[in-house]
Design a protein around this ligand. Sequence first.
Ligand code: GDG
Length: 439
Amino acid sequence: MKLVVLANREPVRRVGERYEVALGGLAAALYPAIQARGGVWVAWGPGGQDERIELPGLVVRRVPISARRVAGYYRGFANQALWPLFHLFLEHFRIKRGWWRDYRAANAAFAKAAFQEGGPDALYWVHDYHLALAPALLREAGARWVGIFWHIPWPPLEVLSVLPEAEALVRGMLGADLVGLHTPDYVERFLEAARGLLGVRVTEGGVWFGGRFVRVAAFPIGVDVAGLRDARERVRERAAEIRAAFPGRRILVGADRLDYTKGIPERIRGYRRFLEKYPEWVGKVVFLQLTAPSRESVPAYRGLKSRLFRLAEATERRFPGAFVHRYAALSRDELLAHFAAAELTLVTPLRDGMNLVAMEYALVSEGLPLLSRFAGAARYLKGAFPVNPYDPEGLADALAEALVLSQAERRARRTELLASVQGLDVGNWTEGFLEALSK
Ligand code: GDG
């Protein structure tokens, strides 16, 4: 069956006159499945440019959305209403007249383009919070197989109800045959929302809606296990260079997109508390925080960026040589080399649908992650040190504990960690979702 993926971002980049597949993030996960089935990726594209790009094994269909509409659909409704609300950041939640209209229109444009590509019998796989309404729109157009995967957390009904369009949003998603989320907790809350907002009958594993059974289940995403294992060798030399740049210091690393959900300032505060409380470590450790620029056109991110820079500079001054902040989009291998160079990683989101960094780190390095209890991944990754990022004291103590681990305990934790990460291979995730959808 032909596969049609709907996702906000396109999986290609332009190189001179040509396009190539850009195998980052979701694209890497889905490319093999698309190639195997022959398929189309429908994404938002800059208007006035090529609307259909044919690459080996993949067609990219671009949905032109005007700059004005992008402001409402993407920067507005998706990133200033849904993103903060679903991550429980009510203080960043905004609603503006017109955003919902733009969101609906963008979803309609996606669904229309996708149906033109796939017709009634394709397998439609919709991704994420940008496109919650697309499943119902595809169904109305005549699509028979529709799935949606929700990459971010699902909040409790009380929080979801803050969104004036909550009911319409859930109704849109229930146009699918299969709704996937990362954890059983999110699944339960989604079912609670369907029952609470639409009064539908919820049974084991799904809901009855409009005479159809919609299956709702947890599909925890993972990483490219074999690819990351191979990367170890490739980045070995660069990792040694990074280590050599900090002689006599044990290296800790943190890496995220700039986002208030990722708990970067909280992590730095925990690290500062660690150096104050355990001064014997001053001069013996360095913490490298790698932050990739993201969503800089959204006001909350600009505010976060300046707060983060101030805190980072103050930390570099207060503890010379113990902290480095790099604000840049690193190449994949440069990022992985930093992982390989470090003996611990601090993954401290205040809320995160899943979080892939701890898994990537586990496969590329020999070390262990400190992992926030509020990341979906915490439910799956054994062997990590669970931490509460809101509590600098607890973070400081966990770091102190992790740095003096015995060889035996380190080995035992690594074994558990690797077993859990290997169980979360992204290839299995993709095939598992598609198999459930085509049943
Ligand atoms: C959403 C959900 C869920 C980071 N800095 C650089 C860079 N990265 C890479 C990491 C990782 C990816 O970006 C980030 O993935 P996450 O999972 O941590 O977070 P989100 O982007 O928020 O993704 C999340 C995910 O969807 C999948 O469902 O896990 O919860 O929020 O791969 O390594 N990559 C490069 N340079 C950097 O500087 N190349």
